[in-house]
Design a protein around this ligand. Structure first.
Ligand SMILES: Nc1ncnc2c1ncn2[C@@H]1O[C@H](COP(=O)(O)OP(=O)(O)O)[C@@H](O)[C@H]1O
Ligand SMILES: [Mg+2]
Length: 503
């Protein structure tokens, strides 16, 4: 039996249970909501209760986890509670009806279910996207102890490094298996790329020489030699443990085309400090007595690197909105340098793009002063650098994927020549190359950076320079500066999590 956790739906599939799923397909959605399916499986001699998608809406979370258990397991409730707690559900939240949760929390519920049923094969598609840093570290720890098979798609380097023992890479329409964690994959990949490009260059030289000679027989010989070398290389890489699942026929070497992307934020103009300060600030939303940020005293200057951490719902995005001036404090004072330009990437920014415009129209409207002969070409060159393929430059934004839209947002931020970057979960829509490119760009950027992220590699890179880095912990209604480096903060969390999981 396996569970497939995906952005949209859940399925449990197993050959012997096929009939059940055929039956379920004929149920109306209201039936699915109420039905708890008890099946007796003659082959396995097991009686199982199986919950199906959609039906948990009206039930409390813990009830739902209980419903999933194979009958007879007493420890199930404690186990369910432990998983939910690890993923950030407080005791109070664990007994709330699942329909009262927002989309991000529902994803966590799905993830908790997947872990709880302990399937033989667990498939996870971007499981860290909706988690906060602590929950990512908890999941890492939990999956490191996972005895069964796990296949995970993720763009979180540190997570993959801890959890994976093999990496499958998709390149040139082929799947390549690399043994080891992500770092080992990277060095293996680089070595392979170099070898392939060297072979390609040699082959090119020989082809040119043969062509110059005008001798057809000689040209054929070059082709055959290249094929023989490719076949030999394929068998060698098999012996080294790099296995092509479906080895194609050997062919002449090709240039190894790597997708490359480069982010860049221009050097900001100098401003006198302080650039931005919140002094004794308090804030609450109207009609939300249960949430309040108080006694917030923070400041940012040129060059400052801040990582904001804290549980989901603690107020990290609210704090960024206060810094940006999108929210006005109920008490206290905000000071901002008059000429300050802020570049913002918000969690929901991609949804706010004007959709009927093309990326080029959108950027030219926001930033009409472009240098060069053609303004359009200048904008397109920038979009290209941020990794938006040229055929997408003139497509309406509505038709772009989340990742492509986020590239338009980053291009726009860069064109606004900001002094300070406020980035709220920038990695969710980016692939790993783009996250690296973002980290490189932030590294060379001389303005201030404030980052909310659950990607520990990105935070580590942004806060590399301990002198100018700060960790702000948003928790229990206030913001405190952590007295140490990000690595120390992470280690503290990991220690806590280890003892929880060991319990
Ligand atoms: N516009 C809003 N109106 C009312 N409540 C909000 C609004 N935005 C966020 N909240 C609430 O404020 C709290 C903090 O939210 P947020 O700052 O988004 O947290 P975080 O970014 O740390 O996950 C949450 O309880 C959230 O539901
Ligand atoms: Mg947030």
């Amino acid at each position: 039996m396996y569970f497939w956790l995906n952005k949209k739906w859940w399925v449990m599939i197993d050959q012997p249970f096929k009939q059940l799923f055929q039956l379920m397909r004929s149920w109306s959605s209201s039936e699915k909501k109420l039905r708890l399916c008890r099946i007796h499986h003659p082959l396995l001699g097991l009686r199982m209760k199986i919950m199906i998608m959609g039906m948990i809406q009206e039930r409390s979370l813990l009830n739902c986890m209980r419903g999933l258990q194979i009958l007879g397991s007493d420890a199930a409730e404690a186990q369910a509670s432990k998983i939910l707690a690890g993923l950030g559900f407080t005791k109070e939240m664990q007994v709330r009806a699942t329909r009262s949760f927002s989309g991000g929390w529902r994803m966590r519920i799905s993830l908790a279910r997947a872990l709880f049923v302990q399937p033989t094969l667990l498939l996870l598609d971007e499981p860290t996207n909706h988690l906060d840093l602590r929950a990512v570290l908890w999941l890492e720890e939990y999956l490191c102890r996972w005895k069964k098979t796990l296949v995970v798609v993720s763009h979180d380097r540190d997570f993959l490094n801890s959890v994976c023992s093999e990496i499958i890479h998709l390149h040139d329409l082929k799947l390549q298996l690399y043994r080891g964690n992500f770092d080992e994959f990277e060095s293996g990949y680089e070595q392979r790329r170099k070898e392939m490009n060297k072979q390609f260059e040699n082959h090119e030289k020989q082809v040119k020489a043969a062509k110059r000679s005008g001798n057809r027989v000689q040209q054929e010989k070059v082709k055959d030699r290249a094929k023989a070398a490719a076949a030999k290389d394929a068998s060698k890489s098999k012996a080294k443990g790099r296995v092509d699942e479906d080895e194609p026929l050997a062919e002449a070497p090709k240039k190894w085309r790597d997708y490359s992307v480069e982010f860049h934020f221009p050097e900001p103009t100098e401003l006198t400090p302080p650039l931005m300060q919140l002094i004794e600030v308090s804030f609450s939303y109207p009609n939300r007595e249960d949430f309040r940020l108080s006694n917030v005293d923070v400041g940012i200057d040129m060059g400052t690197r801040v990582a904001i951490v804290g549980p989901n719902g603690a107020g990290k995005s609210t704090l960024l909105n206060l810094l940006a001036g999108d929210l006005v404090p109920s008490e206290g004072e905000v000071r901002r340098s008059q000429k300050l330009r802020i570049g913002r990437y918000s969690q929901h920014f991609v949804d706010l793009l004007t959709l009927e415009e093309t990326p080029v129209q959108y950027l030219l409207r926001l930033h009409p002063d472009q240098e060069g002969l053609s303004k359009q070409e200048a904008v397109r060159a920038k979009l290209g650098k941020f990794g938006l393929p040229s055929h997408n430059h003139l497509t309406p934004i509505a038709k772009l994927s989340g990742g492509q839209k986020s590239r338009v947002v980053f291009t726009s931020i860069s064109m606004s020549k900001p002094h300070i970057l406020l980035l709220d979960e920038p990695t969710n829509h980016l692939d790993m190359q783009s996250i690296d490119a973002l980290a490189d760009a932030l590294d060379e950027f001389t303005g201030g950076v404030v980052l909310v992220s659950h990607d520990s590699r990105l935070i580590s890179r942004v806060c590399e320079d301990e002198e100018r880095s700060e960790i702000w912990v948003v928790e229990n209604g206030t913001v405190k500066t952590f007295p140490g480096t990000f690595e120390e903060y992470k280690e503290e969390l990991q220690r806590e999590i280890k003892s929880e999981v060991d319990d």
